[in-house]
Structures are given as C-alpha cells and as structure tokens.
Design a protein around this ligand. Structure first.
Ligand code: G6Q
Length: 539
C-alpha cells in the first residue's frame, strides 16, 4: 500500500485550519447568489445532483479540500479497495486482515469488473438467485399444497437487517403484485410474535440471514420461526432459505430450501447489495428490479473514482463533512430525507457510518488526536419540521444537514390543493428550510431572531426507483469510506460491538446456572458485579 498523508499530516489541513477561522458568511445579503454561486456549486453524478451553495465554503476552501483529498490519496485508496487491497487491518496488531470488496457484488454491471475472483463469485450467486426466483415464479418451487409463496420473512440483525429493510421500505411501490416482506431482527420475542401472527405461514418463505451464522438474536429467532412452522405442520426445510458465509455454522444446505453465500470481504453494514439484501429484494422486486438496483450502485461506484472533488459526489460530500466536523467543529450530522419512503434510511446510515467511523485509533494503532466520525441521526421531512427543527434553527448546537429530495413522487398519486401539488409542497419546504438555515432572519425580538449560517447540502434525484436507490446507497457507502481514509482509521471492523456480545453471553450462562436467581434486573446487575463478569471479559 502506498503511503499517503492523513488529516493529521496533510499540509492542506493547515491551510484549511486558517480558512476555518473566517468561513464563508451565508447571512450577508446576496451571498448565496453572488458570482453564480448557486449555479456553480452543483455536483452532478448522473442520477443525483449535490447542491452545496448553502455550505460555508468558497472556492479557496474547495481548493483546500481538493488538496486534502489529493494529499491523502482518497481516490487512490478507494481504487485500491475496489481492486482487492487488504484495507480491513490495523498494522502491527491482530486484526481482521481482510479485503474490502462490497462493490464486487455489483461490479459485474460496470464497464470493467475490478477484482476477478470476487466478481465471479458475485455472478455465480446472482445466477443461483435468478434460477431460484424463476422456479418460484413458475411454481416449480411451491408449498406442499402446490400454492405459490407470496410472503418472505427476513430474519437478521444489524447489517443483515438495517440496509435491506430500509431499501425494501424505500421501494415498496415497485414490488411484484401480491408479494410482501416482513422483518424480524430483535431478540425481543414480541418482534417475532407480531410478525408471525400476521402472516400465513403456509405461503411464507423464511430468509435467515447471518454472515457469521453465530448471531444470538438471529439463531434464536430462527428456532422460534422453525418451531412455528413445525407447529403449523410445515416442513422448515421447504420454507427456509439461508444467506450466510461459506463454512459458517449455518452453512448446512440440507436444512434449507436454498443456501446463498456472502463472503468475508463484505462487511455486514456494507452488504445490502450482496445476497444479504439480494434474496429479499429479488423476491419482492423480481430479478430485473434487483438488477436495476445493482446497476444504480455500480454506476455510482465507477463515478467515485474521479479525482476531481467538484465532479465526484460522494467524495465532495465526504470532504464537506470533514470541513464541518474537523475544521468548523460541528459534532453531529442530520440526514433529512424529504421522502417518506426513505424513513428507515437514516437508521441504516447511522449503522453504516457510526460503526465504520466511530473509531479512536488509526490504522497503525495510535490514538488519534483529531475527531473521527460524527454522530449521525435523522428523520424524514416535513415531519421533522414539526418536531426537532426548533433546535436546528435556534439551538446552541449547530448541526450540518444533508437533505435528500426527489422531483417526482413514487406513486404519482398526487392532487392539487390551493394551487400546488403535495410533491411541490414537499420540495418547497425542503428548499425553504435550506435557505432559512443558511440566511437566518434578523428580528429585534431576540426570541424571533434566526442566526443563520447553519450549513446544509441538497442531494436531489428525479424519482426514487430501484436504480436511484442503488445509487443513493452507494453514494453514502463511498462517502463513509472516503472519510475513513482521510481520518486514517479502519472503517471496516467493529471491535466496539464485540465486548457487549461476549458479556451478554457470560451473563446468560450465569443466569442459567444460578438456582437462586434474583427476581429483578437490579438483582441480576448485582450478581454480575459480584461474579466479576466484566473483569473476566478483560482476558
Ligand atoms: C456490521 C456488523 C453487524 C452485523 C450483525 C449481524 O457490519 O458486523 O451489525 O451485521 O451483528 O451479523 P451476522 O450477519 O453475522 O449475523
């Protein structure tokens, strides 16, 4: 791997620190329109455009961010990643030592697949899936009464749930008529019960998704579903499908109608375009719909290799994020889709971004002396406007914002009320908010004064379809990876979630073995401390 600068060592970072002392003032009259700012500060990625005139940047800052990207070799590292370099590692310490090839699950749709073996494996899984879906469609695969499967219950958690679920929610209007998908993630038995009570198990395929094949929640829920199938007189092996890693404890094709694979070079939170999301989306959208989704992501991956930040949407979004977080020192980022269909997308981004970039040591194992990933949160607009926007407008915390919007609605079922359609009202609100946050409003009444200079970016697409959803997903995946490279952290492991898993396992063991079990949670807590379980996890 080539040695690149990082945000700590890059000369451009020093320049940006100075520029950050006097950032562009959005509240000055005419500031947003001077020098063609509104027209110039647009980055076009084909399926999406990024409008960034409401950021506190000018040409000098953008030049500085370009230098930072060049000095840190952000695009070079992204290219290396797509071609199979071992990016999931911490030098000199035991770590996962893996390639990072989530893009391989869609790069068969690019002009030149990047890593031959991974592309071939992705192609093979897709071919298997296509055959499976055809058999479901033509009734070769059916239930014991010869009836078609109409419903899929997707069982998985974390990366095996959040991405797929948010995409399913986003693409509901594009499903095959008569089909539906339900999700079970939480080990809370009420989650499974509420889903299983509302489906006709006879017509259900159950998709058990776990890369490791060892996740407590998923294995528990699998047992629960299997029990329910058996109780209904159904053969689980004729209803259940598995998506797992090759050779995982779940890799046992005899237990399943079909087994699909994902690979160790695809991290859970980056796995939505692999079979982890693919089986469910293929069932719901049909094979062609799934391919449109993958093509959208692939198109974006290719464009993310452009070294010019003004032409590379995810790279620019990443650098604007670094500017806001590291140089202007804003601690969080809100993603606000003005699209109800994207209501679970912020939850997916929360995982993808915070699990990837919530790190305090660099790729050489040193504690970092600068901020890494921000706290990510968000909700759809306009709903959020009637809730937390008060703090965004007038609170003491400045929160950079990423708005996501579409020109057209998905269902195209819209009416005109008071001279405008609902879609127009939605977009008008988004634009109004961006301008209000940027420009503020002077008022002699301090309680009605809006300080402005609250930066935002608009990510705009034509319509939310399988293809644009794929592109949007890939924009954020690439953004997260670019930021991780800039901060010189490993965005591909998640040691931080391991401790809780180990500890929960030990506490469960303790609960099982204790004849005189405490009758309350407080009692359980005391028991854990007395038994020095936390200490035991040190070793
Ligand atoms: C994602 C994380 C984590 C993982 C879940 C489920 O990057 O590793 O969220 O996806 O813990 O893991 P399994 O797919 O192995 O069940």
């Amino acid at each position: 791997m080539t040695n690149f600068h990082t945000i700590r060592t890059a000369p451009a970072a020093e320049k940006l620190k100075i520029l950050a002392k006097d950032p562009f003032d959005l509240t000055v009259e005419g500031a947003l329109v001077e020098n063609g700012r509104m027209q110039n500060y647009i980055c076009d990625s084909g399926l999406f455009r990024l409008l960034y005139s409401c950021q506190r940047v000018d040409d000098q800052v953008l030049d500085g961010l370009q230098e930072l990207a060049d000095q840190c070799g952000l695009v070079e590292q992204y290219r290396e990643m797509r071609r199979g370099s071992v990016k999931n590692r911490i030098e000199g310490f035991e770590s996962e030592e893996r390639q990072v090839l989530h893009t391989s699950s869609r790069d068969v749709f690019t002009s030149m697949p990047c890593e031959k073996d991974a592309s071939a494996k992705a192609r093979a899984e897709l071919a298997k899936l296509q055959e499976f879906l055809t058999d479901i469609d033509n009734g070769t695969i059916a239930n014991s009464d010869g009836e078609q499967f109409t419903t899929m219950v997707h069982v998985g958690i974390g990366g095996s749930d959040l991405g797929p679920r948010s995409i399913y929610e986003a693409l509901k209007p594009f499903g095959i008529k008569g089909r539906a998908v339900h999700f079970i993630a939480n080990v809370d038995p009420d989650d499974a019960a509420s889903v299983l009570d509302q489906v006709d198990l006879k017509r259900c395929l159950v998709n058990i998704v776990s890369k490791s094949g060892t996740t407590l929640e998923t294995l528990t829920n699998e047992k629960l579903v299997v029990q329910r199938l058996e109780a209904a007189g159904l053969d689980p092996a004729k209803h259940c499908v598995a998506v797992t890693g090759q050779d995982s404890p779940m890799d046992n094709p005899r237990n399943y109608l079909r087994s699909f694979y994902m690979f160790d070079y695809i991290g859970g939170r980056y796995s939505a375009t692999s079979m982890v999301g693919g089986v469910m989306l293929g069932f719901y959208l049909g094979y062609d719909g799934l391919i449109d989704f993958l093509k959208g992501a692939a198109a974006l991956d290719e464009r993310a290799e452009n070294t010019n930040i003004r032409e590379n949407l995810p790279l620019l979004l990443a650098l604007l994020g670094v500017w806001n977080h590291n140089f202007l020192t804003y601690p969080t980022l809100a993603v606000l889709p003005y699209s109800q269909a994207l209501h679970r997308f912020p939850a997916h981004l929360q995982q993808c971004d915070m699990e990837s970039n919530g790190k305090s040591i660099d790729r050489q194992g040193n504690f970092v002396s600068y901020k890494t990933g921000p706290v990510i949160w968000g909700e759809p607009g306009t709903n959020g406007q009637h809730a937390f926007y008060q703090l965004l407008h007038q609170g003491t915390e400045i929160v950079p914002l990423e708005f996501i919007g579409f020109h057209e609605s998905q269902f195209k079922k819209d009416i005109e009320v008071a001279g405008s359609s609902s879609q127009q009202k939605l977009l008008a609100n988004m634009i109004a908010q961006a301008l209000a946050f940027a420009c503020g409003k002077n008022d002699n009444n301090p309680n009605r004064n809006f300080p402005g200079n609250r930066p935002s970016a608009l990510i705009l697409g034509e319509r939310l379809t399988p293809e644009t959803m794929g592109a949007l997903l890939a924009i954020y995946e690439a953004k997260i990876v670019f930021q991780g490279f800039c901060w010189n952290i490993n965005s591909f492991d998640q040691e931080g979630v391991q401790l809780g898993k180990v500890l929960a396992g030990k506490i469960l063991e303790l609960m099982k073995g204790d004849d005189e079990r405490p009758s309350s949670v407080e009692g359980e807590l005391l028991n854990v401390v007395k038994n020095k379980i936390l200490k035991a996890c040190d070793s």
